[in-house]
Ligand binder design. Sequence first.
Ligand SMILES: O=C[C@H](O)[C@H](O)COP(=O)(O)O
Ligand SMILES: C=C(OP(=O)(O)O)C(=O)O
Ligand SMILES: [Mn+2]
Length: 483
Amino acid sequence: MSPSTRTSPAGRPDPEQAVRTAVACGAPRHAAYPADVNVRATFDDTLPAAQQPTWPDQEALRAASAELGSLPPLVFAGECDILRERLADAAVGRAFVLQGGDCAEMFASATADNIRDRVKTILQMAAVLTYGASTPVVKLGRIAGQYAKPRSKNDETRGEVTLPAYRGDMVNDFAFTPEARTPDPQRLVRAYHTSAATLNLVRAFTTGGFADLRHVHEWNRGFVANSAYARYESMAAEIDRAMKFMLACGVDFESTPMSAVEFFASHEALLLDYERPLTRIDSRTGNPYAVSGHFVWVGERTRQLDGAHLDFVSRIHNPIGVKLGPNADPDEVLRMIEVLDPQRTPGRLTFITRMGAGLVRDRLPRLVEKVTAEGAQVVWVCDPMHGNTFESSTGYKTREFNTIVDEVEGFFEVHEQLGTVPGGVHVELTGNDVTECLGGSERIIDADLEKRYETACDPRLNHQQSLELAFLVAEMLAKRSAV
Ligand SMILES: O=C[C@H](O)[C@H](O)COP(=O)(O)O
Ligand SMILES: C=C(OP(=O)(O)O)C(=O)O
Ligand SMILES: [Mn+2]
C-alpha cells in the first residue's frame, strides 16, 4: 500500500499520514493540510511550551482533547478574514482598535447581566472613540475564551499552605484548596461550552438592536450627567449634534452599522491543549484557522522565537497579536515578523505593546523605527495595563488610572514623533462597579479596594473608569486628526 492511501484502523484514510506525505513531498507548510484533517497532527510537539499546566491525569487529557476536536468551531474562518481586513485599515489609520475585557474570565461570571454590561461598556467606549478618531472602531472583546493565565510563580502560599497557582478556569479553580487547584482537563471542555454560550449572547446583543447607536449615545449622556464627569460634557454635546445632523440627513438608524455592529472575540492563545484541537481547516481555502476565537495573541511570557506558541500562531491564518514588553529586543521582533508574517499580509500581525508609563517613551521608539524601516505594516496597539501593575499598601494587586492614561499618552507621542500610526488600545475592564484600579474621577483609594475586588487575576477598570478612559483617548485622537 502506498503511504498516501494507507488507512486508519477505522478503515478511513489516515489523515496524519497524508500530512506527513505532503510535507515529505515538499508541499509548503500551509498547503500541507488535506481539507478534512484535524491539523493537530501537524503541530510540532517537540518545541518547548512555557506556562502549560501539569495535568495529573493524562488519560483524562486525551479524552478532553478528543472531545474538543469533535466539537463545532466557535467562529467561522470568513469572519476572521473580515477582521484581518479591518485590522489592515487600523494599521494605516483608517480605523482604530478597541480591545477589552476581563483579565481572566470565570465560568461563574458568564451570566447574562455580566456579559451584557461588558458589551455595553465596550459599545459606549467605541461610540466615543469613533467620534474622536473620525474612523470606524474595530471592537474586539477579550471574551469567550480568556480562561487561561500565565503566572509569575507556579505556586501560591497563604500562611503555612502552598498550593499550585490559579491558572485560569480552563485549568483549575480559584478556591484555595488542594482539590480546587488541581488541574482538571474537563475544564477545557467547559471553557469551550461557556465560550459558546457567551459568544451566542454577544452576537445577539450586537446584532439584535441592543447596539443601536441612539441607545449607546443615551447611555453616554447618562454618564456625563454625573457631575464627576462634567469635563466630558462638551464632547458628548458635540456627539449629540452630530447625531442630530445624521438624523436630519435621513441616516437610517435601524440599519447596519448604526444598530447591528461587528464585534469580534479574542483571547490569549496560551493553552495549547485547548487551541490545537480547536484548529481546523477552512473548507473554502484549505488553510488552518484557530476556531476558538477570531483573533488570538501570544503573551509576553510565551513569545520565545523557538517556542511552541509562536510556532502555533505561525501556522494559523487568523489575524494574530504578540505582546511586547519593555525588554523586547528590536532584532528579535524583526525575526518574529519573518516567522509570523512572511508575506506582509495587511492586518495579519498586531503588536500589543505594554511598556509601562515610565518606559514607553524610551523603549517604544526603537521598536517602531526598526519595524517601520523593515517595511512591515503591523498594527500598533497600546496595552497600558500590564506594565503598570503594583501592590497597594493594603496588599492588593492594582493599577493607577492616571498612570494608565500616561502610558496611552506616551504611546501617542511616540507615534506622533515618528509619523507612524497609533492603531488602538487594549484594556482590562468590566462593566461592573468593581474597585480594583485606583483613581479616576470617582477617586478610588487604597482603602476602597477591599470593597469590590472581584478579579481572579489582574485589576480591571470598572465601568466608569473605562468610559472616562475612552473620553480621554478620544480627546487624544481628536487632537491628532485636527492637525
Ligand atoms: O494577566 C496576567 C498577569 O499579569 C499574569 O498572569 C501574571 O500575574 P501574576 O504575577 O499575579 O502571576
Ligand atoms: C498576561 C497578560 O498580558 P502580558 O502577556 O502582556 O503580561 C494579559 O493580557 O492578561
Ligand atoms: Mn492580565
